[in-house]
Design a protein around this ligand. Structure first.
Ligand SMILES: Nc1nc2c(ncn2[C@@H]2O[C@H](COP(=O)(O)OP(=O)(O)OP(=O)(O)O)[C@@H](O)[C@H]2O)c(=O)[nH]1
Length: 368
């Protein structure tokens, strides 16, 4: 599925930048073009993969090129004063190839989270393609023991409401869930690790439907419309991901290990590998923790060498996901990788009705 990737604010631009870099590293390309919009000149300059002419500093009068330090009212004023320029900047990065526009943002900040809903509204009015949000929840509890709430928590609650309403679906990543103990999500090394974890999952999902230079055609290739139809449930979305290294069996033609060649894999081994990987993807850590029974739609993508993609096992894994989520709309697809040595499972769960962290941030915003 081909994306125009947009970064809004410091966090959003860093993540968009990582996605563009990840796209350059893989054989299946999913990025059509990219754009970075921020009020902070230093953050914009530190990007590595989004081209210079796609980086736009805005709100110089309001923020003086130094960001807004979490102040949503300054961020909103900056976005309002240059709304047309920002929309035009995204416009330049959208082409006839674009299947969807992905808007990345840190929900706790002041610039990106206030600019995104304004621009997303405009993009949805102009384009036929869906506009998806990719939002980062900050680490930490939204409410302190004494009942007080931080600016970051209140900002996040407000951003969830605004961006949720302005986009076709909002994919979330929760820093708290993925943070090692004692780490802080403001530490540059830690946030690079978080961004890597996120990028791996998001890139795997969107690259899944893209051709691998016509190598091997899957029996059931993931189509951009499958991803779009899954996201069409709307609301909150999350990704589950697991991969398992497989050992290809070898046999020797003359015994005693002479002239070893690849042997056939037996069904039981392939079925077991797909079963365990799908369970790990869905029951393991998602990008944001949700109540799995509140999912409306799901997409399960299975990647690996074609002879390991056992039809029955793949179909059983989908049925299992339907049971696990109580959803009747589970789509599926293959991502064959003839030279690969891993089974990869990507589970996209959408239309989430219950997400405890989202509820907690919304409550913090209501209280504040
Ligand atoms: N996953 C991730 N989280 C980050 C990153 N940088 C910051 N955060 C988290 O996002 C929160 C907000 O960070 P800020 O730096 O204020 O956000 P920002 O995007 O620069 O803000 P604006 O540019 O005003 O939109 C931080 O408190 C961290 O919780 C990052 O690169 N990746």
């Amino acid at each position: 599925m081909k994306l125009t990737v947009c970064g809004f604010g410091g966090v959003g631009c860093r993540i968009a930048d990582r996605l563009v870099a990840a796209d350059g590293d893989r054989s299946r390309s999913f990025v059509v073009d990219s754009v970075a919009l921020d009020t902070d000149q230093r953050d914009l300059s530190s990007l590595e993969s989004i081209p210079d002419d796609r980086r736009h500093l805005y709100g110089v009068i309001e923020a003086e090129g130094a960001g807004v330090e979490g102040d949503r009212s300054v961020g909103a004023a900056a976005a309002d004063s240059e709304a047309t320029e920002l929309a035009n900047a995204v416009d330049d990065a959208v082409s006839s190839q674009t299947d969807a526009i992905l808007c990345c943002v840190g929900l706790a900040g002041g610039s990106g989270a206030t600019a995104l809903p304004r621009i997303a509204d405009e993009l949805r009015r102009v384009y036929d393609v869906p506009v998806y949000g990719l939002g980062i929840l900050p680490a930490g509890s939204p409410t302190a023991d004494d009942g007080s709430t931080s600016t970051a928590a209140r900002n996040t609650g407000r951003a969830l409401a605004d961006i949720g309403a302005a986009t076709d679906a909002l994919l979330l990543f929760d820093n708290e869930l993925w943070l090692g103990s004692g780490d802080s999500d403001t530490d540059p090394d830690t946030r690079d690790d978080l961004n890597e974890t996120l990028t791996t999952r998001v890139a795997a999902l969107f690259a899944a439907g893209e051709g691998d230079h016509d190598r091997q055609i899957a029996e059931r290739v993931v189509d951009a419309s499958e991803v779009q139809n899954t996201f069409a449930a709307g609301g909150i979305a999350t990704i589950g991901y697991a991969s398992q290294t497989i050992e290809r069996p070898t046999e020797s033609r003359f015994g005693l290990g002479i002239l070893e060649q690849e042997g056939e894999i037996d069904d039981t081994t392939a079925i077991k590998a797909i079963e365990t990987t799908s369970r790990r993807a869905v029951r393991g850590k998602l990008t944001v923790e949700i109540d799995r029974e509140s999912v409306q739609r799901g997409l399960l993508i299975v990647g690996g060498p074609p002879d390991w993609l056992n039809r029955r096992a793949v179909s059983d894994a989908r049925s299992w996901l339907a049971q696990e989520t109580g959803s009747v709309e589970i789509r599926g697809g293959d991502m064959p990788d003839p030279d690969g040595d891993t089974i990869t499972m990507i589970a996209l769960l959408t239309g989430v009705g219950s997400c405890p962290r989202v509820n907690a941030f919304r409550a913090a915003a209501d209280r504040g």
